[in-house]
Design a protein around this ligand. Sequence first.
Ligand SMILES: O=C(O)CCC(=O)C(=O)O
Ligand SMILES: [Fe+2]
Length: 322
Amino acid sequence: MATDKAEVQRKIAQLCKKIDSFGLSDEDVYRVSSVRKLSGRRVTCAGILCATAAVLAVIVAAVAIGLGTGLIHPMTETLRRSPASSRYYRNSKFRPPVNCQICADIQEVDRVRNLKPDEFIARYAYTSRPVIVEDGAQNWTASEYFSFGYFKSVYKPDSPALLNEENKCQFFPYKTNFASLGEVFNMSEERANLEDGSEPWYIGWSNCDATAANDLRRHYERPYFFPAEVESSKTDWIFMGSPGYGAHLHIDAVGTPSWQAQVKGTKEWTLEPPPECYFECPHTLKVTVHPGEIIVLDTNNWFHKTLIIGDEMSITIGSEYD
Ligand SMILES: O=C(O)CCC(=O)C(=O)O
Ligand SMILES: [Fe+2]
């Protein structure tokens, strides 16, 4: 019985990840009438985790039908949370409106070097003004060590790091069919090496396993322009994958801004203000982040999508801060 329950929970967690990558909100899932009947309340991924196997089966069927019939639309808002707290989605229409002052005078994304901590606090840290710190991740050994093979050796099959990762941390498969990080590291060498003719891929995960996190942290540092009072989240995020791929347009609901260091490869970011600011703010900002640079962005206030450009695999590490 206990095993059945664990299996059901594992399946539901996978379903939540899938829903996550499709960009479906609670509202979208709740629009399916059988889900409403069975749940009798709003469905969240956290709520789903407490549901029965019967509810799981109905949700799977309902989501599949919803996707097939176009009843469920692609998501525009995701919630990333530390694994300790619940995961859920909020619909964009319940998002508190953004104060458009944060983007009214922004024409382009600033590029700076030698950023002083007090300048960072005054101009960028909590203002939602995006910035690229060109010398942000220079001299990090991550650029030598981080690779598909390195991560594969950290998250070995059946290792506590991989098991924790799959049970407790978040995984974004984006457009791929990978159900877990284990499946990612099981792909063929050709595909992992982005060889011609192999299928492209792009994924992200939170390294909430302490052992893996400490292993990875030997190769990067807290951004040098963060003053002591700024606290970086304990959970870092890694995004990795092929040129031509990236994250779909979305806005996050994590509450805090984040930084992301481009360890390898080149990533183009497209930023859009939320619709309530269309008349006051620039409509689209595009910026390219090169290896060794850090982008600081409030992903709760800017819609954002990414595209890996160039020939190299992109690998980034980042975190939220407050
Ligand atoms: O790096 C990416 O491709 C997406 C990252 C993202 O959406 C985020 O950090 O909020
Ligand atoms: Fe995001």
